[in-house]
Design a protein around this ligand. Structure first.
Ligand SMILES: *Cc1c(COP(=O)(O)O)cnc(C)c1O
Length: 495
């Protein structure tokens, strides 16, 4: 199987080239030239397999230049019992009659980013070898919280890699900040930047296009890379869990083979829901994909009207990992729905860069609306939803997952569609303990790691092991810089 760019499908790349390059030189994103289909009996046979075996099977369809034994080694290391606190890896829990929750936060950093970032280091280092490129890889990341931690945990002490993370000094939750400042590993670095996420992100983008820095790295024999969610190596591992969720529903007897389900996903950069779209294209009977946003509802508008317009106010919300106005992975959906039309896709993306806005043609809009529904959740409704699920079902969810549950509720009220629905649960409630405590009616809040104990005491839920250990960990990185000084941090880190 070969990969092409969304902006030029004439050039073909191997899977290893697509993964190591990350972003195509023409600015486009890599994707398979044609998507594989699941053979007729695949879901029945996958049903009997472990999560790791399912991952080997699904990823094998896409990574044709990788052997089964390679993929078996990666999946057992990425999703083993030392990394995930449940044997099922991504368990499906029944919430009510026709609502199921796909818990994607049982990994080492308690957010769904682990599902991909535990796998990416294996795929990336193997890709470098397959390209006969023996340079050590240096990874730079700007994070609004979950990605940076998950990337460091994935790459820590991985041979021939180094990773440096920048996060906004006042833009991450208390627990997220503590997770990063106490990061272990000999090849990691963390630094906070004065400003918001955009400042950190713009700073990192500037580093990537800094010729002087590139030369300096080249002299040291280093290969500069990113762990951003546009890398195909991050999208692919996410396709696995939607297929796995369907198999689990079959196994639980909740559905029979061939029955349709809906999937509802709290969305930011459009990576997670895009993976569900690919699972549907591969043949999983998914009827509708429901895209859930917070107050930054640029995707709600796009999916319902066909116009993408990022010229709007930016809101900081209690679901910070979805506070995004440019959803990069949407480009892959547009490419697919335009009939793999690279010229049209490039045109829309150029308009987005130049004016911040574009409107897709009628044919694309119709195809979007045949598959996608969309909605958004206000701050107040996010908290109410956490409270309601706790009260009615004794099921505790985080702020991002709550956005999805509320959008699902609105969707059902509007459409009457009672198809069994899988909601993607993207973070442990213990990652956002203050907002969750408030939502379930606690008025006097503790602080720092004390919030974790408080949430555990009030709900009887156990603190996930990686977060419980936080208080005893040494702070290793408490530096901060102005955004103009980020280059010096990189140079110092690579000494
Ligand atoms: C990153 C993230 C999201 C958004 O996922 P996308 O793939 O960017 O759409 C949602 N919830 C949490 C907790 C996240 O960390």
């Amino acid at each position: 199987m070969y990969y092409v760019s969304t902006r030029n499908k004439k050039l073909e790349f191997t899977p290893a080239q697509a993964i190591s390059q990350g972003l195509s030189r023409d600015g486009g994103l890599f994707l398979p030239a044609a998507l594989p289909r699941l053979p007729g009996n695949a879901l029945e046979s996958l049903k009997e397999m472990s999560y790791q075996q399912r991952a080997v099977y699904v990823m094998g369809l896409y990574l044709t230049h990788f052997t089964t034994s390679e993929l078996t080694a990666y999946t057992s290391r990425a999703y083993g019992p030392d990394k995930f606190d449940t044997k099922e890896v991504a368990p499906v829990r029944r919430v009510d009659e026709n609502t199921y929750c796909l818990e994607l936060w049982h990994g080492p950093t308690c957010a769904f980013k682990d599902m991909a970032l535990q796998m990416l280091p294996h795929l990336l280092t193997a890709s470098m070898r397959k390209n006969y490129d023996h340079r050590p890889v240096c990874i730079l990341v700007a994070t609004s919280g979950d990605t940076g931690k998950a990337a460091m945990e994935g790459f820590r002490d991985v041979d021939k890699t180094k990773i440096l993370v920048f996060y906004p000094k006042d833009g991450v939750s208390e627990v997220q900040g503590l997770q990063m400042r106490t990061q272990e590993g000999d090849n990691v670095g963390v630094c906070s930047v004065v400003g918001n996420f955009d400042d950190a992100q713009t700073g990192v983008k500037r580093l990537f296009s800094d010729e002087g820095l590139r030369e300096e790295l080249a002299e040291k024999g280093l290969f500069l890379s990113s762990a951003n969610s546009i890398n195909w190596g991050r999208v692919l591992p996410q396709i696995v869990y939607y297929i796995s969720a369907y198999c689990d529903l079959l196994k639980q007897g909740a559905i029979s083979n061939g029955d349709a389900i809906n999937v509802c996903v709290p969305t930011g950069n459009f990576g997670n829901i895009l993976a569900a779209y690919y699972a549907r294209e591969m043949g999983v009977p998914i009827r509708r994909l429901i895209c859930a946003s917070n107050d930054n509802n640029v995707l709600t508008d796009f999916l319902t009207t066909g116009t993408y317009n990022k010229n709007r106010p930016f809101y900081n919300t209690v679901s910070p990992s979805m506070d995004i106005l440019i959803s990069s992975n949407l480009e892959r959906l547009i490419f697919a729905l335009s009939g793999n039309d690279d010229e049209r896709t490039r045109g829309y993306m150029e308009q987005l860069t130049e004016t911040g806005c574009y409107t897709v043609d009628e044919d694309i809009r119709k195809k979007i609306q045949a598959v996608f529904s969309a909605g958004y959740t206000t701050e107040a409704a996010t908290k109410e939803t956490i409270g309601k699920l706790w009260k009615e079902h004794k099921y505790l969810i985080d702020t991002h997952t709550a956005v999805a549950f509320h959008v699902l509720e609105q969707y059902r009220a509007e459409t009457g569609d009672e198809t069994p629905t899988v909601v993607a649960s993207t973070a442990s409630p213990f990652k956002f303990p203050d907002a969750v405590l408030e939502a379930i009616g606690v008025e006097e809040l503790s602080s720092g790691a004390g919030l974790l104990d408080q949430l555990s005491q009030v709900t009887g839920a156990e603190i996930p092991r990686p977060l419980a250990g936080l208080r005893d960990k040494k702070v290793r990185f408490d530096g901060w810089v102005q955004k103009e000084q980020m280059k010096a941090v990189v140079t110092g880190f690579l000494k």
